[in-house]
Design a protein around this ligand. Structure first.
Ligand SMILES: [Zn+2]
Length: 335
Protein backbone atom coordinates (compact mmCIF):
# COMPACT_ATOMS: atom_id res chain seq x y z
CA UNK A 1 0.00 0.00 0.00
CA UNK A 2 1.38 3.37 -1.06
CA UNK A 3 -0.60 6.35 0.16
CA UNK A 4 -0.41 9.29 -2.22
CA UNK A 5 0.50 11.64 0.61
CA UNK A 6 3.80 9.81 1.04
CA UNK A 7 4.79 10.77 -2.50
CA UNK A 8 3.75 14.40 -2.35
CA UNK A 9 0.49 14.24 -4.31
CA UNK A 10 -2.75 15.90 -3.19
CA UNK A 11 -6.44 15.02 -3.57
CA UNK A 12 -8.89 17.34 -5.32
CA UNK A 13 -10.86 18.62 -2.30
CA UNK A 14 -9.10 21.88 -1.47
CA UNK A 15 -8.34 22.84 -5.07
CA UNK A 16 -11.96 22.26 -6.15
CA UNK A 17 -13.35 24.31 -3.25
CA UNK A 18 -11.06 27.19 -4.21
CA UNK A 19 -11.89 26.83 -7.91
CA UNK A 20 -15.67 26.89 -7.36
CA UNK A 21 -15.30 29.99 -5.17
CA UNK A 22 -12.93 31.68 -7.57
CA UNK A 23 -14.82 30.98 -10.80
CA UNK A 24 -12.12 29.04 -12.64
CA UNK A 25 -11.44 25.39 -13.49
CA UNK A 26 -8.53 23.01 -12.83
CA UNK A 27 -6.99 21.42 -15.94
CA UNK A 28 -7.13 17.63 -16.11
CA UNK A 29 -4.61 16.51 -18.72
CA UNK A 30 -4.28 12.87 -19.74
CA UNK A 31 -0.78 11.48 -20.05
CA UNK A 32 0.86 8.25 -21.13
CA UNK A 33 4.44 9.20 -22.04
CA UNK A 34 7.39 11.19 -20.76
CA UNK A 35 7.20 14.13 -23.16
CA UNK A 36 3.55 14.76 -22.32
CA UNK A 37 4.29 14.63 -18.61
CA UNK A 38 7.27 16.97 -18.92
CA UNK A 39 5.17 19.44 -20.92
CA UNK A 40 2.31 19.33 -18.37
CA UNK A 41 4.60 19.89 -15.40
CA UNK A 42 6.59 22.67 -17.08
CA UNK A 43 3.34 24.43 -18.03
CA UNK A 44 1.84 24.05 -14.54
CA UNK A 45 5.00 25.31 -12.82
CA UNK A 46 5.46 28.29 -15.15
CA UNK A 47 1.84 29.36 -14.69
CA UNK A 48 1.70 28.50 -10.95
CA UNK A 49 -1.35 26.32 -11.56
CA UNK A 50 -2.64 23.25 -9.75
CA UNK A 51 -2.94 20.33 -12.17
CA UNK A 52 -4.61 16.93 -12.45
CA UNK A 53 -2.64 14.18 -14.17
CA UNK A 54 -5.12 11.73 -15.61
CA UNK A 55 -4.46 8.12 -16.41
CA UNK A 56 -7.06 6.10 -18.27
CA UNK A 57 -7.31 2.32 -18.28
CA UNK A 58 -6.00 2.47 -21.85
CA UNK A 59 -2.97 4.50 -20.73
CA UNK A 60 -2.24 1.97 -17.99
CA UNK A 61 -2.33 -0.79 -20.56
CA UNK A 62 -0.15 1.19 -22.95
CA UNK A 63 2.54 2.52 -20.63
CA UNK A 64 2.41 0.07 -17.70
CA UNK A 65 0.65 0.88 -14.45
CA UNK A 66 3.77 0.72 -12.30
CA UNK A 67 5.74 3.01 -14.57
CA UNK A 68 2.96 5.60 -14.73
CA UNK A 69 2.64 5.72 -10.96
CA UNK A 70 6.37 6.34 -10.54
CA UNK A 71 6.27 8.93 -13.31
CA UNK A 72 3.65 10.81 -11.28
CA UNK A 73 5.86 10.56 -8.21
CA UNK A 74 8.74 11.87 -10.32
CA UNK A 75 6.53 14.70 -11.53
CA UNK A 76 6.25 16.07 -7.99
CA UNK A 77 10.04 16.12 -7.59
CA UNK A 78 10.47 17.57 -11.07
CA UNK A 79 8.04 20.41 -10.26
CA UNK A 80 10.09 21.22 -7.15
CA UNK A 81 13.29 21.11 -9.14
CA UNK A 82 11.74 23.62 -11.56
CA UNK A 83 11.21 26.00 -8.65
CA UNK A 84 7.69 25.22 -7.41
CA UNK A 85 7.95 24.95 -3.61
CA UNK A 86 4.44 23.58 -3.03
CA UNK A 87 3.21 21.81 -6.15
CA UNK A 88 -0.44 20.71 -6.21
CA UNK A 89 -0.48 17.64 -8.39
CA UNK A 90 -3.31 15.09 -8.41
CA UNK A 91 -2.91 11.59 -9.84
CA UNK A 92 -6.39 10.68 -11.05
CA UNK A 93 -7.85 7.55 -12.61
CA UNK A 94 -9.94 8.56 -15.62
CA UNK A 95 -13.03 6.41 -16.31
CA UNK A 96 -12.50 3.65 -13.76
CA UNK A 97 -14.91 0.91 -14.79
CA UNK A 98 -14.82 -1.40 -11.77
CA UNK A 99 -14.39 -1.35 -7.99
CA UNK A 100 -11.27 -3.51 -8.33
CA UNK A 101 -9.54 -1.09 -10.70
CA UNK A 102 -10.30 1.87 -8.41
CA UNK A 103 -9.11 -0.09 -5.34
CA UNK A 104 -5.89 -1.06 -7.10
CA UNK A 105 -5.20 2.56 -8.05
CA UNK A 106 -5.91 3.79 -4.52
CA UNK A 107 -3.52 1.19 -3.13
CA UNK A 108 -0.77 2.24 -5.52
CA UNK A 109 -0.61 5.97 -4.94
CA UNK A 110 -3.54 7.57 -6.79
CA UNK A 111 -5.01 10.55 -4.94
CA UNK A 112 -8.30 10.63 -6.86
CA UNK A 113 -10.36 8.17 -8.88
CA UNK A 114 -13.30 8.32 -11.21
CA UNK A 115 -15.83 5.52 -11.10
CA UNK A 116 -17.84 5.69 -14.29
CA UNK A 117 -21.10 3.82 -13.82
CA UNK A 118 -22.92 6.11 -16.24
CA UNK A 119 -23.71 3.29 -18.66
CA UNK A 120 -25.39 1.26 -15.87
CA UNK A 121 -29.00 1.54 -14.76
CA UNK A 122 -29.29 4.38 -12.22
CA UNK A 123 -29.53 2.21 -9.09
CA UNK A 124 -26.51 0.14 -10.10
CA UNK A 125 -24.51 3.30 -10.78
CA UNK A 126 -25.42 4.51 -7.27
CA UNK A 127 -24.44 1.20 -5.63
CA UNK A 128 -21.09 0.88 -7.46
CA UNK A 129 -20.17 4.52 -6.89
CA UNK A 130 -21.12 4.27 -3.18
CA UNK A 131 -18.86 1.22 -2.79
CA UNK A 132 -15.87 3.03 -4.34
CA UNK A 133 -16.49 6.14 -2.21
CA UNK A 134 -16.58 4.09 1.02
CA UNK A 135 -13.26 2.50 0.19
CA UNK A 136 -11.57 5.66 -1.15
CA UNK A 137 -12.55 7.91 1.74
CA UNK A 138 -10.78 5.62 4.22
CA UNK A 139 -7.58 6.85 2.58
CA UNK A 140 -8.71 10.43 1.96
CA UNK A 141 -8.82 9.75 -1.79
CA UNK A 142 -11.45 11.83 -3.63
CA UNK A 143 -13.98 10.28 -6.02
CA UNK A 144 -15.62 11.56 -9.21
CA UNK A 145 -18.89 9.96 -10.32
CA UNK A 146 -20.80 10.41 -13.57
CA UNK A 147 -24.44 10.90 -14.48
CA UNK A 148 -25.52 11.19 -18.10
CA UNK A 149 -23.75 9.75 -21.14
CA UNK A 150 -21.20 11.46 -23.41
CA UNK A 151 -21.01 10.50 -27.04
CA UNK A 152 -17.71 9.82 -28.81
CA UNK A 153 -14.82 7.38 -28.66
CA UNK A 154 -11.69 7.63 -26.55
CA UNK A 155 -9.61 4.70 -25.31
CA UNK A 156 -12.07 2.20 -23.89
CA UNK A 157 -14.93 4.67 -23.52
CA UNK A 158 -17.41 4.87 -26.33
CA UNK A 159 -21.04 5.71 -26.82
CA UNK A 160 -22.96 6.38 -30.00
CA UNK A 161 -25.37 8.90 -28.54
CA UNK A 162 -25.21 11.36 -25.71
CA UNK A 163 -27.84 11.73 -23.00
CA UNK A 164 -27.82 14.92 -20.99
CA UNK A 165 -27.60 14.61 -17.22
CA UNK A 166 -31.05 14.87 -15.65
CA UNK A 167 -30.97 17.74 -13.13
CA UNK A 168 -33.72 16.05 -11.09
CA UNK A 169 -31.38 13.10 -10.34
CA UNK A 170 -28.27 14.92 -9.14
CA UNK A 171 -29.22 15.61 -5.51
CA UNK A 172 -30.25 11.99 -4.95
CA UNK A 173 -27.08 10.68 -6.63
CA UNK A 174 -24.67 12.91 -4.74
CA UNK A 175 -26.40 12.29 -1.40
CA UNK A 176 -26.60 8.52 -1.77
CA UNK A 177 -23.07 8.03 -3.12
CA UNK A 178 -21.07 10.65 -1.20
CA UNK A 179 -19.01 11.55 -4.30
CA UNK A 180 -16.70 14.56 -4.14
CA UNK A 181 -17.40 15.72 -7.70
CA UNK A 182 -19.77 14.88 -10.51
CA UNK A 183 -19.10 14.54 -14.23
CA UNK A 184 -22.10 15.66 -16.24
CA UNK A 185 -23.19 15.51 -19.86
CA UNK A 186 -24.22 18.83 -21.42
CA UNK A 187 -23.09 18.26 -24.98
CA UNK A 188 -19.33 17.76 -24.75
CA UNK A 189 -18.04 14.60 -26.38
CA UNK A 190 -14.97 12.33 -26.34
CA UNK A 191 -12.32 12.29 -29.07
CA UNK A 192 -11.43 14.51 -32.05
CA UNK A 193 -14.67 13.83 -33.96
CA UNK A 194 -17.12 15.21 -31.48
CA UNK A 195 -19.93 15.94 -33.89
CA UNK A 196 -21.12 14.69 -37.24
CA UNK A 197 -21.42 17.24 -40.06
CA UNK A 198 -25.23 16.90 -39.79
CA UNK A 199 -25.09 18.14 -36.18
CA UNK A 200 -23.03 21.19 -37.16
CA UNK A 201 -23.64 24.41 -39.04
CA UNK A 202 -21.17 25.82 -41.55
CA UNK A 203 -19.37 29.07 -40.79
CA UNK A 204 -20.06 31.19 -43.89
CA UNK A 205 -16.72 33.02 -43.52
CA UNK A 206 -14.35 30.07 -43.20
CA UNK A 207 -16.41 27.18 -44.52
CA UNK A 208 -15.55 25.23 -41.37
CA UNK A 209 -18.03 23.29 -39.25
CA UNK A 210 -19.41 24.94 -36.13
CA UNK A 211 -20.61 22.53 -33.42
CA UNK A 212 -23.94 22.80 -31.60
CA UNK A 213 -23.63 24.92 -28.41
CA UNK A 214 -23.32 23.32 -24.98
CA UNK A 215 -26.52 22.98 -22.95
CA UNK A 216 -25.86 25.78 -20.47
CA UNK A 217 -29.49 25.60 -19.35
CA UNK A 218 -28.88 22.04 -18.09
CA UNK A 219 -25.69 23.16 -16.33
CA UNK A 220 -27.57 26.03 -14.68
CA UNK A 221 -30.36 23.71 -13.50
CA UNK A 222 -27.74 21.35 -11.99
CA UNK A 223 -25.98 24.25 -10.24
CA UNK A 224 -29.28 25.35 -8.73
CA UNK A 225 -29.86 21.84 -7.35
CA UNK A 226 -26.31 21.55 -5.97
CA UNK A 227 -25.02 25.02 -5.10
CA UNK A 228 -21.22 25.08 -4.87
CA UNK A 229 -20.81 21.38 -5.68
CA UNK A 230 -17.81 20.60 -7.95
CA UNK A 231 -18.88 19.75 -11.50
CA UNK A 232 -16.63 18.08 -14.11
CA UNK A 233 -16.68 18.34 -17.90
CA UNK A 234 -15.23 15.48 -19.94
CA UNK A 235 -14.51 15.55 -23.66
CA UNK A 236 -13.58 19.23 -23.65
CA UNK A 237 -10.88 19.48 -26.28
CA UNK A 238 -11.29 22.28 -28.79
CA UNK A 239 -9.57 20.50 -31.69
CA UNK A 240 -7.55 23.54 -32.88
CA UNK A 241 -7.92 23.88 -36.64
CA UNK A 242 -4.31 25.02 -36.91
CA UNK A 243 -3.12 21.61 -35.67
CA UNK A 244 -5.60 19.77 -37.88
CA UNK A 245 -4.35 21.80 -40.87
CA UNK A 246 -0.67 21.08 -40.10
CA UNK A 247 -1.43 17.37 -39.77
CA UNK A 248 -3.36 17.30 -43.05
CA UNK A 249 -0.72 19.38 -44.87
CA UNK A 250 1.96 16.90 -43.86
CA UNK A 251 0.47 13.59 -44.89
CA UNK A 252 -2.35 13.28 -42.34
CA UNK A 253 -5.98 12.60 -43.08
CA UNK A 254 -8.14 14.07 -40.33
CA UNK A 255 -11.47 14.78 -41.91
CA UNK A 256 -13.84 17.30 -40.34
CA UNK A 257 -12.55 16.97 -36.82
CA UNK A 258 -14.63 19.28 -34.60
CA UNK A 259 -14.21 20.30 -30.95
CA UNK A 260 -15.76 22.53 -28.29
CA UNK A 261 -15.13 26.26 -28.91
CA UNK A 262 -12.87 27.72 -26.24
CA UNK A 263 -15.27 30.58 -25.59
CA UNK A 264 -17.83 28.07 -24.30
CA UNK A 265 -15.23 26.40 -22.06
CA UNK A 266 -14.26 29.83 -20.73
CA UNK A 267 -17.90 30.42 -19.85
CA UNK A 268 -18.21 26.99 -18.20
CA UNK A 269 -15.03 27.57 -16.15
CA UNK A 270 -16.67 30.54 -14.45
CA UNK A 271 -19.53 28.33 -13.19
CA UNK A 272 -19.45 25.39 -10.75
CA UNK A 273 -17.47 23.49 -13.38
CA UNK A 274 -14.12 23.13 -11.63
CA UNK A 275 -12.40 20.35 -13.63
CA UNK A 276 -12.12 20.29 -17.41
CA UNK A 277 -10.68 17.24 -19.16
CA UNK A 278 -8.43 17.76 -22.16
CA UNK A 279 -6.81 14.88 -24.01
CA UNK A 280 -7.37 15.08 -27.78
CA UNK A 281 -5.86 18.58 -28.11
CA UNK A 282 -2.58 17.31 -26.70
CA UNK A 283 -2.62 14.35 -29.11
CA UNK A 284 -3.22 16.72 -32.01
CA UNK A 285 -0.43 19.11 -30.93
CA UNK A 286 2.03 16.24 -30.61
CA UNK A 287 1.07 14.70 -33.95
CA UNK A 288 1.18 18.07 -35.75
CA UNK A 289 4.71 18.80 -34.51
CA UNK A 290 6.00 15.31 -35.32
CA UNK A 291 4.49 15.25 -38.82
CA UNK A 292 5.81 18.74 -39.61
CA UNK A 293 9.32 17.99 -38.38
CA UNK A 294 9.55 14.68 -40.22
CA UNK A 295 8.18 16.23 -43.41
CA UNK A 296 10.67 19.12 -43.27
CA UNK A 297 13.63 16.94 -42.25
CA UNK A 298 13.16 13.58 -43.95
CA UNK A 299 16.69 12.47 -43.07
CA UNK A 300 16.09 12.91 -39.33
CA UNK A 301 15.96 9.73 -37.28
CA UNK A 302 16.86 10.87 -33.77
CA UNK A 303 13.53 10.71 -31.87
CA UNK A 304 14.59 13.64 -29.68
CA UNK A 305 14.64 15.84 -32.78
CA UNK A 306 10.91 15.35 -33.40
CA UNK A 307 9.69 14.55 -29.89
CA UNK A 308 11.41 17.73 -28.62
CA UNK A 309 9.36 20.04 -30.88
CA UNK A 310 6.28 17.95 -30.00
CA UNK A 311 6.94 18.56 -26.32
CA UNK A 312 7.34 22.31 -26.95
CA UNK A 313 4.06 22.46 -28.84
CA UNK A 314 2.20 20.56 -26.09
CA UNK A 315 3.68 22.84 -23.43
CA UNK A 316 2.44 25.93 -25.32
CA UNK A 317 -0.99 24.29 -25.60
CA UNK A 318 -1.16 23.49 -21.86
CA UNK A 319 -0.08 27.02 -20.91
CA UNK A 320 -2.70 28.47 -23.25
CA UNK A 321 -5.44 26.30 -21.73
CA UNK A 322 -4.42 27.20 -18.17
CA UNK A 323 -4.03 30.93 -18.73
CA UNK A 324 -6.47 31.82 -21.50
CA UNK A 325 -9.30 29.30 -21.11
CA UNK A 326 -9.55 27.76 -17.62
CA UNK A 327 -8.09 30.62 -15.56
CA UNK A 328 -6.20 28.42 -13.07
CA UNK A 329 -2.91 30.35 -13.39
CA UNK A 330 -1.56 31.73 -10.12
CA UNK A 331 -4.10 29.68 -8.13
CA UNK A 332 -1.80 27.46 -6.04
CA UNK A 333 -2.80 27.48 -2.36
CA UNK A 334 0.77 28.41 -1.42
CA UNK A 335 2.65 30.40 -4.04
ZN1 LIG B 1 -14.07 11.20 -20.23
Amino acid sequence: MTNYKEIGLVNTRAMFAKAVDGGYAIPAFNFNNMEQLQAIIMAAVETKSPVILQVSKGARNYANQTLLRYMAEGAVEYAKELGCKHPEIVLHLDHGDSFELCKNCIETGFSSVMIDGSALPYDENVALTRKVVEFAHQYDVTVEGELGVLAGVEDEVSAAESHYTKPEEVIDFVTKTGVDSLAISIGTSHGAYKFTPEQCTVDPKTGRLLPPPLAFDVLKAIEEKLPGFPIVLHGSSSVPQEDVDIINANGGALKQAVGIPEEQLRQASKSAVCKINIDSDSRLAMTAAIRKTLAEKPAEFDPRKYLGPARDRMKDLYKHKITDVLGSDGKLLQL
